[in-house]
Design a protein around this ligand. Structure first.
Ligand SMILES: [Zn+2]
Ligand SMILES: [Zn+2]
Length: 550
């Protein structure tokens, strides 16, 4: 039994980490769409400049005029290549930093509490830009690709200006051959180069991100014992990588080969294995195939395991509806959503981040619990491994159908310090002094999140965690961090006061009984208070989470 339990935790950690990485991968794709648009703008601006030069020339009658124009185009395309390179370096420095923080946060989520050393962005940029990534036909450095692109833009224009001179084409004809015509839906020769820049930007973004993660693992190699290759999530694009799927490479440092991404649109990744939480395999790589690792999964299979809000976010409303109706998704295509670096940073702070946990109820049944975290990176703490959490959940589960509030104080080891009730449906008063540095949980038969009174006594009594469970299988949790700001209570009261009267009036107009009206009030208020608590608690030194066992 003990052994099974260990294996089970390992799968949980592996699955959780994989989910975090895959969801983050989608956000990175969205960032790369944004980055590609930025770079395309630089390309397009240069093309507009060149078009103007050609238009002003009207016709290219003399060789001297051709040469003058060619020189101008050369100058513009050189500037363009330098401009693209500069923009890329600027944006990638930020991306590098963001990505190291992502690794740190992901590790926090699965319970790694050790200190992390984050490599400097400049070092990551140096490593990434010095090495090569998988361009379409060959290995490229960022610089060599952008220079080649500049050359190709020059060549495309030059060839057409030259034939303009030779065959007496008008400037309009030249411009049209290169840039195409939107009206007649002619793509023009530039189209191919634009597409190449777009694809390469995506590949460069994932290459930079992978480099940043790898450098972070290297810098903290004392924490890791191996790396698993996760591949074939999309059968059409990652066939190349299929044979490596779920292979484990043992060692503290990440493998130097293969370099990821292996090809454009490759969505393979390295999942680090944490020392002391080993679960990928025991002695050799073969073991992992039969060991505690979930079976091969397609991207679609994976998406099916995700909560609905994640599915909806990834697919967008219409494709989500089709997916729910059982339509085959086929290959994953980016949804066209974009994220700026700032927005990407917010996603890694796990704003409203939800993860699934498993826990055992009193009868030994394994239940899934969905946990929504508050707004800050710091909110991800190693609570899931704490000794009291399962005990607290078992008590809360057993109180679901109670009509009266029952309060329980647990110490950090999960021992019950006190339990009691006054037989009232909306209050319970534990004796003073017992809550200090302990966990207090109580049920809310009226449902809803914390009352201002709950928070007031929790702060005054210096408790460690405050929990309130509902009849619906939802538990609200508020934990203090090292430093708290007591004005949290005052501000919370203000939010409550701002909204309570209109809801009370609604309840009166519905002619509800006292009990029904209290329940109505608690539920309605919670819809307002939940987002407020998720967003603001951390600012005052508290961590708010919502656990849902439904
Ligand atoms: Zn791949
Ligand atoms: Zn309460």
């Amino acid at each position: 039994m003990a052994k099974e339990r260990v294996v089970y935790d390992r799968i949980e950690n592996y699955t959780k980490l994989r989910d975090i990485y895959l969801r983050h991968g989608i956000n990175l794709t969205r960032f790369s769409t944004h980055e590609a648009r930025k770079l395309l703008e630089i390309l397009d601006t240069s093309n507009v400049q060149i078009r103007r030069i050609i238009s002003n020339a009207k016709t290219i009658e003399t060789k001297a005029r051709y040469e003058r124009i060619a020189r101008e185009i050369r100058r513009i395309t050189n500037e363009m290549a330098a401009g693209l390179d500069g923009q890329l370096e600027f944006d990638f420095m930020e991306l590098a930093e963001e990505e190291t923080r992502f690794v740190e946060n992901a590790m926090r989520i699965i319970g790694v509490t050790a200190d992390f050393d984050l490599p400097a962005p400049a070092k990551i940029w140096a490593a990434a830009s010095f090495g090569t990534y998988s361009g379409y036909r060959s290995k490229e450095t960022y610089e060599s690709y952008l220079n080649t692109l500049g050359d190709n833009v020059f060549k495309t224009w030059d060839t057409n200006v030259r034939s303009g001179y030779l065959f007496g084409l008008t400037s309009q004809q030249i411009n049209r051959a290169v840039l195409g015509s939107v009206k007649d839906m002619e793509p023009g020769q530039m189209q191919q180069l634009r597409r190449s820049l777009e694809t390469n930007t995506r590949t460069m973004v994932s290459h930079l991100a992978e480099t940043a993660r790898t450098e972070t693992y290297k810098k903290n190699s004392r924490l890791f014992s191996g790396y698993m290759y996760v591949g074939t999530l999309d059968s059409r694009t990652c066939l190349v990588c299929g044979s490596l799927d779920r292979k484990v490479f043992k060692g503290a440092d990440p493998p130097e080969k293969p370099v990821l991404p292996q090809h454009p649109n490759c969505r393979c990744l390295w999942l680090p294995e944490i020392k002391g939480m080993e679960g990928f395999d025991d002695d050799d790589t073969r073991a992992s195939v039969n060991g505690p690792v979930p079976a091969k999964m397609s991207y679609e299979d994976w998406l099916k395991t995700q909560p609905e809000d994640v599915q909806r976010d990834i697919l967008g409303p219409s494709r989500f509806a089709a997916f729910k109706n059982g339509t085959d998704l086929g290959s994953f295509v980016p949804d066209g959503k974009t994220l700026t670096i700032e927005q990407l940073k917010q996603t890694i702070e796990f704003s409203g981040f939800t993860i699934n946990e498993k826990w055992e109820d009193a009868d030994g049944n394994i239940k899934t619990i969905k946990i929504e975290y508050g707004n800050e990176a710091g909110s991800i703490e190693n609570r899931e491994n704490s000794l009291y959490i399962n005990e607290a959940r078992r008590i809360e589960d057993s109180l679901k159908s109670y009509k009266y509030e029952v309060g329980t104080i647990l110490d950090e080891k999960g021992n019950i310090v006190w339990q009691g009730s006054q037989g009232e449906y909306s209050s319970v008063s534990p004796p003073s002094g017992l809550v200090k540095d302990n966990i207090i949980t109580h049920n809310h038969p009226m449902d809803g999140t914390f009352t201002p009174d709950d928070i007031y006594s929790f702060i005054m009594e210096q408790g460690l965690e405050l929990r309130a469970s509902t009849t619906m299988g939802v538990t609200y949790s508020l934990r203090r961090t090292e430093t708290i700001d007591k004005s949290f209570y005052i501000n919370y009261v203000e939010v409550v006061n701002e909204h309570i009267e209109p809801i009370k009036a609604e309840a009166r107009s519905l002619g509800l009984s006292k009990l029904e009206s209290d329940r109505y009030l608690a539920r309605k208020l919670t819809k307002i208070l939940d987002p407020w608590l998720l967003e603001n608690s951390y600012e005052y030194g508290f961590i708010y989470t919502i656990e849902n066992t439904r």
